[in-house]
Design a protein around this ligand. Sequence first.
Ligand SMILES: [Mg+2]
Length: 369
Amino acid sequence: MVSFLEERAKNMGGGGQNIMTDAKSVLNMSITVTVSAQKPPAPHGYISISTKRLLHNLEINAGARASVWVDSMRASSPTHKKSTPNDQGSWNLHHPSALEMFEQIIDASKGKQIVMFLDYDGTLSPIVEDPDRAFMSNKMRRTVRKLAKCFPTAIVSGRCRDKVYKFVKLAELYYAGSHGMDIKGPKKRSKTDKVTEHVLFQPANEFLPMIDEVYKQLVETTKSTPGAKVENNKFCLSVHFRCVDEKKWSELAQQVNSVLKEYPKLRLTQGRKVLEIRPTIKWDKGKALEILLESLGFANCTDVFPVYIGDDRTDEDAFKILRDRGQGFGILVSKYPKDTNASYSLQEPDEVMDFLQRLVEWKQLSMGA
Ligand SMILES: [Mg+2]
């Protein structure tokens, strides 16, 4: 066991005194050093086998990294289907539909508290050209509201927490924004009618001025690439390239590289049609999941059943935590085979909604019974 504070001090070069939390239990939390779970080898033809290697290169190989980024951008953001029917069949076998396996999933959760973790983009909302217009449907919102009445529910997103809240608009949920670097509990109304939010964790406060500075530089530098959009997610930055012509990806990667090479304390990771820039502290959606479980009082419980649904490479950290803990499972939202630590799959946000709706109906029925 490595104490969480030791781990944090190490990752932040000892400069992480600005931690803001009012949850004592969070400070006392320890992170277990996890051992990789044995994963079955991915069948031939998977898109992200090469991505993994490329992403590794991306983080360690500072020279020539712009060209590596472009390969990685292609691998993690396929513009057309690359798998064969055989790959699809084999993948479906390893990661069956969560809808088809609903009964088995419910059986596995018997006697345990289900806790729901939901990514936003591509999970609750469709991926759209303009990230500012990634609205979720009212039907999805009603479903998530009902879900939160049945189970503790958290939204875990790469986006700024305020922004994801503006999309979801449900005060009763937990929100982890900026890949979990900004976590808050549900809004509560006091007797004096004052609305308070419970800050659970903000481990990267000291990086805020640097992130602002880099945001301005990236906006300026990427101006000449049509379709590129830089988004300030408070504790991290996103350079969206979903509207950039593939021929221009290399130019964009070079522009981002030219800014980032001056900031060794920031690192680049990759999502679906997005380059993400974040502090070098070891923080990801998996750690956000652990902090949330801890603050919900399930740190060392064996009777908790976390379910994490996400569509993105960044969600893999959370899938892996669940696999390593041997608790609950991950569901990957994807139409195509991808190498993943998730156990089940759903094809698109509409299927996510059906799955959530079935969970609600099952819970309501079992409470009635
Ligand atoms: Mg997503």
